[in-house]
Design a protein around this ligand. Structure first.
Ligand SMILES: CCCCCCCCCCCCC/C=C/[C@@H](O)[C@H](CO)NC(=O)CCCCCCCCCCCCCCC
Ligand SMILES: Nc1ncnc2c1ncn2[C@@H]1O[C@H](COP(=O)(O)OP(=O)(O)OP(=O)(O)O)[C@@H](O)[C@H]1O
Ligand SMILES: [Ca+2]
Length: 493
């Protein structure tokens, strides 16, 4: 059996869609297309492909009746199925195959499902963000991003910005309760790093992602806002200072290497053996609800995330509406709720989700949740080179990277990072001014290592040191359903 919610389309005759469309127009046949699951070699989640079954009826009348009823059933069962989508393709992302991926694998599925799309192939960086901020978006049910994490970040900033503009909310105000976005985002992976796709679907596969869009799956997602002075950025996968900031800054110099630049830069930065002084403050999340060390995984239908949705609905300040952040009373946090730690760190990372990716199949924080309104703060204190290598290496397998004496992980709702006050006032500011991306690292020959790092915000450099971050529960919705548990589904190999 196939659940009606997973039927993609019903066509007259004997029809094939992928890899190429062909129609044999017969009077008594019809073809049903649906989601078919298969195991994915190596990845954590399940691959979805387009299944098809042909039916033959004794008469044309009966065939037409079947088609009509099936189509009506599909329509009734899919309240969130998109009808009209705005699609942005980054033609230069990853292996520059965005256009081909969209037109050969995704567009035919949209057509089969009766979805109309307005496609924009971008001509410059930030075009998609600017479009979402300024242009008319009436009539669209969602936005599709064909590209990698960088392109997703554009869509994220455009959509959150537009939603706040329309709601009259000031994004630069760290205490503002941000308005959740009403348009869904679909990610068709076509970049060199597709971490958000991997962490929300479990595989990097355009057809799987397109099918999640077609059937109108909905996965809420926590977003971290990062504030400094009067600027703000958003992050979903990694906000990292120290090692991850340095790796990103170094990798910008080696763009020509493609995705390999992260391994190269990672090795270089590792060999530089740096640590940075800082003061980290955080507001712990309610420990009764979950813990980053509880060894659970946020999978499709996750109960921790569902309870968080319930909290959103029940919260008295939210007037029973899902479309309001449950951190509306942020200002009511008194200073004594903040926990403060100070010292030298190899890295300070904050992630709203597990951030699993092919490089690290369980992710930066394997038990983090996609939509629980919290983030995991990982503090790696300064340690010897071998210890830090052990920490990094544990990301590649199932060994617990938090079970090390110099690593701490906290589930939090807000984080502040600042420089220790013992330093002469203004000293760091001076250093900040001198720092340019080119002189930031000079390989292994550095005589005087820089005293400050930069922040890596989902793969983009934030050239600031002191930040204030807040997790906004379920600010976004993706056309996804989280990682499906392989054990709960029958699937072909
Ligand atoms: C010994 C093996 C160590 C393997 C360590 C693997 C740790 C992997 C953790 C990955 C976390 C990814 C989080 C996602 C971030 C994305 O929003 C962002 C945008 O795409 N990506 C990056 O910033 C890109 C950040 C990329 C960071 C890659 C770090 C690679 C480290 C390699 C270290 C080698 C040391 C070798 C010493 C001999
Ligand atoms: N037409 C364009 N020309 C140049 N840059 C673009 C264009 N469209 C989008 N971009 C930018 O390209 C950057 C990288 O895009 P994307 O994430 O899709 O690919 P990627 O190969 O995974 O990149 P990276 O690994 O560098 O993050 C994004 O930050 C986006 O703003
Ligand atoms: Ca979370």
């Amino acid at each position: 059996s196939v659940p009606v919610s997973e039927v993609v389309g019903v066509e007259e005759g004997r029809v094939h869609i992928l890899p190429k469309k062909s129609v044999e127009d017969t009077d008594k046949d019809f073809t049903v297309f649906y989601v078919k699951r298969c195991r994915s070699g190596g990845s954590y989640g399940l691959l979805w492909t387009l299944g098809r079954t042909q039916f033959s009826c004794p008469s044309r009348v009966l065939r037409d009746q079947w088609i009509k009823d099936l189509r009506a059933a599909v329509k009734n069962y899919g309240p969130l199925r998109p009808r009209r989508l705005l699609v942005f393709i980054n033609p230069f992302g990853g292996k520059k195959k965005g256009r081909k991926i969209y037109y050969s694998l995704v567009a035919p599925l949209f057509e089969l499902a009766g979805i109309s799309s307005h496609v924009i192939v971008t001509e410059r960086a930030n075009q998609a963000r600017d479009h979402l901020l300024k242009k008319d978006l009436t009539g669209f049910d969602g936005v599709v991003c064909v590209g990698g994490d960088g392109m997703f970040s554009e869509i994220l900033h455009g959509l959150i910005g537009r939603t706040q503009q329309e709601a009259g909310i000031c994004e630069n105000d760290p205490s503002a309760a941000l308005q959740p976005c009403s348009l869904h985002i679909g990610i068709i992976p076509a970049g060199s790093t597709d971490c958000v796709c991997y962490a929300t679907v479990g595989v990097i596969d355009p057809v799987t992602s397109a099918l999640h869009i077609v059937i109108g799956d909905s996965q809420p997602l926590d977003v971290c806002s990062v504030h400094q002075a009067l600027t703000h950025r958003y992050s979903v996968s990694l906000l990292g200072y120290g090692f991850y900031g340095d790796v990103l800054a170094e990798s910008e110099k080696h763009r020509w290497m493609g995705p390999l630049r992260y391994d190269f830069s990672g090795t270089m930065v590792y060999l530089c053996n740096r640590s940075y002084a800082g003061v980290v403050q955080y507001i712990p999340a309610d420990p009764v609800l979950s813990s980053p060390r509880d060894r659970t995984r946020c999978l499709s239908g996750c109960s921790v995330c569902s309870r968080s949705t319930d909290r959103l609905v029940r919260h008295p300040s939210d007037s029973g509406s899902l479309h309001k952040s449950h951190y509306g009373h942020f200002n009511s946090h008194s200073e004594d709720e903040w926990v403060t730690v100070e010292g030298r760190f190899r890295c300070v990372s904050l992630t709203c989700m597990s951030s699993s990716c092919p490089r690290s199949p369980l992710g930066l924080s394997p038990s983090a949740h996609l939509a629980d309104g919290t983030g995991d703060l990982i503090l790696v204190w300064n340690t010897n080179p071998l210890g830090f290598l052990k920490y990094l290496y544990r990301h590649t397998g199932a060994q617990d990277q938090f079970d090390l004496p110099f690593v701490e992980v906290h589930r939090v709702t807000a984080v502040r990072f600042s420089l220790p006050s013992s330093k002469e006032e203004g000293e760091y500011e001076e250093i900040d001014k001198q720092k340019t991306p080119d002189s930031f690292l000079c390989g292994l020959c550095c005589a005087t290592p820089p005293p400050v790092s930069v922040w890596n915000c989902d793969g983009e450099i934030l050239p600031v040191t002191e930040v204030f971050c807040r997790i906004h529960g379920q600010l976004l919705r993706l056309y996804a359903r989280g990682i499906e548990d392989q054990a709960r589904h029958n699937c072909s190999e």
